[in-house]
Design a protein around this ligand. Structure first.
Ligand SMILES: [Zn+2]
Length: 187
């Protein structure tokens, strides 16, 4: 059972010194499902106002009136489909480590069942977990958490690009295997 994912970003000289610990109240039976859940929760938090998954009523209304609209006529959020920028997302995930309570906000990493991934953890709490409940992504956490986004969350035009991107970038082969990504070979 996986209840905590510890995320290091970067690799070798770009490795982060610090680590972000995300805990989940219920836990997951398998690693790929756990990592995907966290990847999706982070995606949803960072991109709640973009793309075809625009959630605000005003943005939905704008798209209903004009499916080609790029900006919401009321709040000016981007509502039209634009290609998903994988590298920009990686950057945002990498910078979670430097977030403050203010910039990150509280309690918003909600999974599809309504449970929250929690990035606020005391070491005492982590130490009460069984070692088998903690998975450590030792390098390139920002890539892993981008690779594992459920394709259906992405704008339609970018879903194929996700696979291409996953095949084009490097993470340890061992990590690829553990995450169920071996079918996408690094080329
Ligand atoms: Zn709007």
């Amino acid at each position: 059972m996986i209840k905590c994912i510890a995320v290091h970003s970067g690799y070798v000289e770009s490795s982060s010194i610090g680590v972000v610990l995300f805990t989940h109240p219920q836990g997951f039976e398998t690693l790929p499902v756990a990592v995907r859940s966290l990847a999706d929760a982070i995606f949803n938090k960072l991109h709640e106002d973009t793309g075809p998954s625009a959630k605000k009523a005003c943005c939905k209304k704008t798209l209903e009136k004009d499916p080609e609209a790029v900006y919401c006529s009321k709040c000016r959020s981007t509502v039209g489909e634009r290609p998903f920028d994988f590298e920009a997302h990686e950057d945002e995930v990498r910078h979670l480590l430097n977030s403050t309570a203010d910039s990150f906000g509280g309690g918003e990493l909600v999974d599809e069942d309504g449970y929250e991934w929690n990035p606020w953890n005391s070491i005492q709490k982590i130490m009460k977990l069984d070692p088998s409940e903690v998975h450590e992504i030792q390098s390139y956490g920002e890539r892993v958490l981008t690779m594992m986004i459920s394709p259906e969350l992405l704008p339609e035009g970018s879903r194929g690009a996700l696979q291409e991107w996953v095949e084009g970038i490097y993470i340890e082969q061992e990590d690829r295997k553990k995450l169920g990504l071996s079918k996408y070979k690094h080329n």
